[in-house]
Structures are given as structure tokens and as C-alpha cells.
Design a protein around this ligand. Structure first.
Ligand code: NAP
Length: 553
């Protein structure tokens, strides 16, 4: 791996832009801004590129979106030359892809690794950002782009006694680079979201005994992962532009075959045939079987019960099967995609513990206490997820105009214009921030759309001699109200999930992503530009006088 800390240009001096994070968003942002002739520094907490696909190295980690479409599309050369090997590639393959992108586009020299950003402060006098890293280094730049990821701030439960546990404790999103050997050990996994679902079958194969602590049973669709068929790959590559366009035109930016408008408009037999065919095909496309899962409880229940029956058919112990069978609405929490997930519970070395009502009381040196029972274990795996969407931003002390604190302003939930920018924080952009479709879509097209929008905006500003951009408070409030209003139309906003922040103690319950779909959102961003950046204020280089609602003649 190349680490360019020593040879990055202009260390300690001003940059045109600082990008925080070298995941898929930060890497592409760097590439585009450099293409505008800007001097850019990327600050990254980890020691390599890849973001999510650098940090999440837990056993069994792999993407659950088909990767021929979960990949960059900005470069047809890249698209054509990179050879994916599996339908759902492993973390290792995705990380190799990220490194290849950094090599191919010469990104390494402008990325500073092991540099977690702790503070970012706007100066009205100097019209720039000072960005500070944990080691006390500070850099200044006119623009600051937060490419900090939606699912990057780790959520670690505050169990009494955790620090006194005599064995090792791991979090799935901070897995040791050298891996972990669980052979001969009694292992606990706490959490049954996507990370738990992927790691549990792999850990069960290695550990002497695995005890899974489940607070909420999840819907898990089989992945049916497989090696990619070279003929199919060639066909996709030959038709990439059209297929990508089709995916971008879909609600989630994914290339899912779309089913019928309503699960209730067809007979039970027809519906179950549709579900069965999607179950056999595997993956997230199950969600697209019918369009009314999030608006009709009756429709939702048909899919829920189909999956519960699958679980009852797979898991031999009926009590365990009922415990695994999810009780909440289908798609309320993020749907999981797994390999041998439910089958794993038929193993003799796997125990399932329900912690939905009798919770984990404390961690003892020898194990985990739930009520009166102590489960002796040698290692604990926390698959407990993330402080999603706002966590990574709020963990940085971000100060805007008049020293306004983002943490304070977002105390009751995030407020941003288009999920791209925030009033009182001039020249600060977010990639896939709260209020944008982000986590409800295929992340890579959403990232590319934001990066392209920001790049075009900065190019427009430069062409017109502008150097300061900030959303107007009323435009921001109107967007936040719209995001909330359409969230309320969906049952997704009614149940506990990280989309609402309900997985983190004390976090306000606000449905954070924009649920109106990728095409509607993209259209809105385009309309804002067409209307001369409606809702943004700009200032010129010379006098920083403000121009309301656009600057085009
Ligand atoms: P998650 O979905 O938030 O799941 C965390 C799990 O930990 C949940 O089962 C949660 O229970 C449980 N939990 C949290 N705190 C707990 C506590 N104090 N005691 C007991 N249980 C507790 O997190 P994740 O599995 O890391 O996944 C997060 C998201 O990352 C996914 O939804 C997905 O978007 C993304 N992801 C994607 C992939 C992929 O592409 N393959 C893989 C991993 C993650 P409750 O449900 O009751 O809160």
C-alpha cells in the first residue's frame, strides 16, 4: 500500500479544498476536484482507502448489492477493466477495488492517512475552514467536504463491566487487520443486523461454541452468492451505459426487476410464486416484489409471513424458529442478505439468547449476564451497528458562522438543505448527508451524484467569481419539512431502526434519509441549479456581499 503522508503537496499550507474521508465518496471527490485544478488534501482516519470496505473486515463481510452495479460509473475505462469475481464480492475484493482506483487515478499523494479529524472551524474573516486532526495538526482550505460516510461512527453499547471482561472484545466495524482466530473459543455475538447476519455463520464454523444475543429478529433473504458468469459479465459490460441509466431511473438507484403495484391486487398463489421466485434468486430485489409494502400493513404482512414460514421450514427447533421469526414490519429495518444464516441455528454449537425483554445486564470477567443466567464466553463480538448518518459529523466539533456548533444545532435532529449543505456553515458540503436518499439507495450512484453536483457548483462559482456559498435558512427549513412530510407517508418512519436513530441511546427520533426516491431527488437537485441555485446565497471574492437565490444574469 502506498502511504503518501510524506510527499503530499503543500503540507501545512492552504488548500483549495479539504475532504474528510477516503472512502468511495472521498476518493471520487478528490478525483473530481483535482480535475478542476484544485489543490486538495484528503484526511482519513484509517491507514488505507475504502472507508466502509476498509473498516468492516469482520468474518463474512461482503456487499449485499450486486456489484456490477455497486461500483463507480464515472469512468468507462475503469468499468471495463476491473474484473469482479463474485455476485456479492467480499470485503477483501472491494478493498482491492478501492486500492486499484487510488492507483489508477493517482490519488495516494493527496491522501493523508491515520489523520482523524476532530475539529473544523469556519473563519468569517479569512473566509476559510481550519481543519484539525487528532495529533494537533491543522490545515486550512476554502472549502471543506465531509465525505465521512453514513455508517461509519461505531455504536458501542455501554454495558456495565465491559472493560473488565477477561477475554477479547471486538466490534465488527473495527476488526483487527490481521483477523481473529476463534478456534477452540466460546464466542458471543451481540446483534443480528447485517453485520451479525453475515458474521454469525462464519464464526459458528470456527468457534467451539457460539452464543448469539438477539434483541430483534431480522428478515434475512438468502444471498445465493456465486462466481460471476463471464458471459453475463461481458453482456453487462457491453450494455453498461443503458443498464446504469435504468438503475439510476429506479426508485432506489438499483437494478431490481420491479414487480406489481400491490401485493393485494393478486391472488395468494400468484403472490407466493412471486415471493418464491425472488427468494430463489436471492438478494435485496425481494423488496421490489410489490410497491405497497411500506404503505399497506396487509401487503407487508404477506411478505413477512412468507419469510417467517421459510424460517420455520429451515430451523429445526420450533422454539428457536419462532424466536428468529421477525415480529416487526418487513423492510422497517434495513433488509439483511445472508448465507446460511438461519441454517446456522441448526448447528449443535450454536445457542440463541433472547435479550428483547430480559436485557444484557452486565458483562462479568467470565461472560455475559442476562437476568439470572451467566453465559461464559472467551470472546465478545459487538455487531451493534452505527450512530448512523449524523454520528460521524457530530463526533467532529464543527463550528460555523459566529462559532455556531453543528452538534448544538442538530441536537433535535439533522437540518440540512438537500442533505448537501447546512445553513450557517458556508463552503461546507456533505456527501450523502441527512435529507438525501443515501442509505435508501445504492450508495455508489448516490455518492457520484453528490460529488458531481458539488464539483459543478464549485466550477460555476469560480466561473462567476464567487467564493462563498451557504444555504438560506428558509430553503433549508422547507427541505427539512418536505423530508419529514414524505417520511410520514411511509410506515418505515413508524418503527425502531437506525434510519430513525432509535438504536442509539438518547438520539432524537427523526427519520433521516430522504424517502422520495433517487430520481425525484436528482430532479430536485437539477431544478435548484436550473433556477440559479435556488435556496443558496453566494458571495463574491472581492466584497463578500450576498446575492440571494442565485447569481445568474
Ligand atoms: P444494525 O443493523 O444497527 O444492527 C445492530 C444489531 O445490534 C441489531 O440487531 C440491534 O438490535 C443490536 N443491538 C444494538 N445495541 C444493542 C444492545 N445494547 N443490546 C443488544 N443488542 C443490541 O448494524 P449492522 O448490522 O452493523 O448494520 C448496519 C447497516 O450497515 C446495515 O443495515 C446496512 O445498511 C449496512 N451494512 C451493509 C452490509 C452489506 O452490504 N453487506 C453489511 C453490514 C452492514 P435492535 O435491532 O433491537 O436495535
Amino acid at each position: 500500500m502506498t502511504n503518501a503522508n510524506d510527499n503530499a503537496a503543500g503540507a501545512g499550507t492552504d488548500f483549495d479544498a479539504i475532504v474528510v474521508g477516503a472512502g468511495f465518496a472521498g476518493m471520487y471527490m478528490l478525483h473530481r476536484l483535482r480535475g478542476q485544478g484544485m489543490r486538495v488534501r484528503v484526511l482519513e482516519a484509517g491507514s488505507s482507502v475504502g472507508g466502509t470496505w476498509y473498516w468492516n473486515r469482520y468474518p463474512g463481510a461482503r456487499v449485499d448489492t450486486e456489484t456490477m452495479f455497486y461500483s463507480y460509473q464515472f469512468s468507462s475505462e475503469l468499468e471495463q477493466e476491473w474484473e469482479w469475481t463474485e455476485r456479492y464480492p467480499s470485503q477483501q475484493e472491494l478493498h482491492a477495488y478501492a486500492r486499484h482506483v487510488a492507483d489508477r487515478f493517482g490519488l495516494w499523494p493527496d491522501i493523508q492517512f491515520e489523520s482523524p479529524v476532530v475539529k473544523s472551524t469556519w473563519s468569517e474573516n479569512r473566509q476559510n475552514w481550519t481543519v484539525e486532526t487528532a495529533d494537533g495538526t491543522s490545515l486550512t482550505a476554502r472549502y471543506c467536504v465531509m465525505a465521512t460516510g453514513c455508517l461509519s461512527a461505531v455504536n458501542t453499547p455501554t454495558y456495565k463491566g465491559l472493560e473488565d471482561f477477561s477475554g477479547s472484545v471486538y466490534h465488527t466495524a473495527r476488526w483487527p487487520e490481521d483477523g481473529v482466530d476463534f478456534s477452540g473459543l466460546r464466542v458471543a455475538v451481540i446483534g443480528t443486523g447485517s453485520s451479525g447476519v453475515q458474521s454469525i455463520p462464519v464464526i459458528a464454523e470456527q468457534a467451539k461454541h457460539l452464543t448469539v444475543f438477539q434483541r430483534t429478529g431480522n428478515y434475512v433473504i438468502p444471498a445465493h452468492n456465486r462466481a460471476l458468469d463471464p458471459e453475463k459479465v461481458a453482456e453487462i459490460k457491453a450494455n453498461y451505459p443503458a443498464l446504469r441509466a435504468k438503475a439510476r431511473a429506479s426508485f432506489s438507484g438499483n437494478y431490481f426487476p420491479v414487480g406489481g403495484p400491490s401485493a393485494m391486487a393478486v391472488s395468494e398463489d400468484e403472490r407466493n410464486r412471486e415471493y418464491e421466485s425472488r427468494w430463489q434468486e436471492g438478494g435485496l430485489a425481494f423488496m421490489a416484489a410489490y410497491a405497497d409494502f411500506m404503505t399497506s400493513e396487509e401487503a407487508n404482512e404477506t411478505a413477512s409471513e412468507f419469510i417467517r414460514n421459510k424460517i420455520r421450514g429451515i430451523v429445526k427447533d420450533p422454539t428457536m424458529a419462532e424466536l428468529l421469526a421477525p415480529k416487526q414490519l418487513f423492510m422497517c429495518k434495513r433488509l439483511c442478505v445472508g448465507t446460511d444464516y438461519y441454517e446456522t441455528y441448526n448447528r449443535d454449537n450454536v445457542t440463541l439468547v433472547d435479550v428483547s425483554e430480559t436485557v444484557i445486564d452486565e458483562i462479568l470477567p467470565e461472560g455475559i449476564r442476562v437476568g439470572e443466567t451467566v453465559y461464559d464466553v472467551d470472546a465478545i463480538v459487538l455487531a451493534t451497528g452505527f450512530d448512523a448518518m449524523t454520528g460521524a459529523l457530530k463526533r467532529i466539533d464543527i463550528r460555523g458562522v459566529d462559532n455556531a456548533s453543528l452538534r448544538d444545532l442538530w441536537e433535535d435532529g439533522p437540518r440540512a438543505y438537500l442533505g448537501l449543505a447546512i445553513s450557517k456553515f458556508p463552503n461546507l458540503f456533505m456527501i450523502t448527508g441527512p435529507g438525501s436518499p443515501s442509505v435508501l439507495t445504492n450508495m455508489i450512484p448516490s455518492i457520484e451524484q453528490h460529488v458531481d453536483w458539488i464539483t459543478d457548483c464549485l466550477a460555476d462559482m469560480r466561473a462567476r467569481g464567487m467564493s462563498r456559498i451557504e444555504p438560506e435558512p428558509d430553503a433549508q427549513e422547507a427541505w427539512v419539512a418536505h423530508v419529514n412530510e414524505i417520511a410520514d407517508l411511509s410506515m418505515r418512519s413508524t418503527c425502531s431502526s437506525w434510519y430513525l436513530g432509535s438504536n442509539v441511546d438518547g438520539k432524537p427520533r427523526v427519520f433521516m434519509p430522504y424517502i422520495g426516491g433517487f430520481p425525484a431527488y436528482v430532479r430536485k437537485c437539477e431544478e435548484v441549479v436550473e433556477a440559479g441555485y435556488a435556496g443558496f446565497s453566494f458571495a463574491e471574492h472581492a466584497n463578500h456581499s450576498f446575492m440571494r437565490c442565485g447569481y445568474r444574469p
